[in-house]
Design a protein around this ligand. Structure first.
Ligand code: SF4
Ligand code: SF4
Length: 172
């Protein structure tokens, strides 16, 4: 197979990665940054979550969208407000959304947050702004090559492994 053909079988997947959860001190700077991205102070509009596992000695979990390859959140939306992004993850059309919370219930990681003001979901946009404000480099925006051809199954296995890792300590 030529290099050019190989290239055609791959797409870029962009998502947030937890580099090292043990470095998280629970400052919530990432949450404040995410809210600020949309011109809001405080934590209410954040699409990322940080919480204590229970006591300082046990550390924290960071809940963040893992950009599932076959996102359950998009599958359950009755009005197709959530669609799959070509570069990984999902996007939401808030004009279509009817606020049913199916997507929130379907996300295995709890990575869809809720905007109480609009009664609509808050979904990660994979911009990496939060990562820039983490003082301990816990987060990073990662761009990975994803196979779309014959090795797709292998990439799915990799995805599953990563999600298992995420579920262990990185996400809730
Ligand atoms: S809350 Fe909105 S985006 Fe989520 S499943 Fe319901 S209609 Fe779709
Ligand atoms: S919000 Fe949840 S289900 Fe949807 S793509 Fe992200 S991790 Fe997957």
């Amino acid at each position: 197979m030529t290099e050019q053909k190989e290239e055609k079988k791959r797409t870029k997947n962009v998502r947030l990665r937890i580099v090292d959860i043990d470095r998280c001190v629970g400052c919530q700077n990432c949450m404040f940054a995410c809210s600020r991205r949309t011109g809001n102070a405080g934590l209410e509009k954040s699409c990322i979550g940080v919480r204590s596992v229970g006591g300082m000695e046990r550390g924290f979990v960071v809940v963040v969208c893992r950009a599932c390859e076959d996102p359950p959140c998009a599958k359950v939306c009755p009005v197709d407000a959530i669609t799959v992004r070509e570069e990984g993850g999902v996007r939401i059309d808030l004009n279509k959304c009817i606020g049913c919370k199916n997507c929130q219930d379907a996300c295995p990681l709890g990575a869809i947050f809720w905007d109480k003001e609009s009664n609509k979901p808050l979904v990660c946009v994979y911009c990496g702004y939060c990562a820039q404000y983490c003082p301990h480099n816990v987060l990073a925006l990662e761009k990975t090559e994803v196979s779309t051809g014959s090795t797709k199954e292998a990439s799915k296995e990799e995805e599953k492994e990563e999600e298992k890792e995420a579920a262990k300590g990185v996400t809730a």
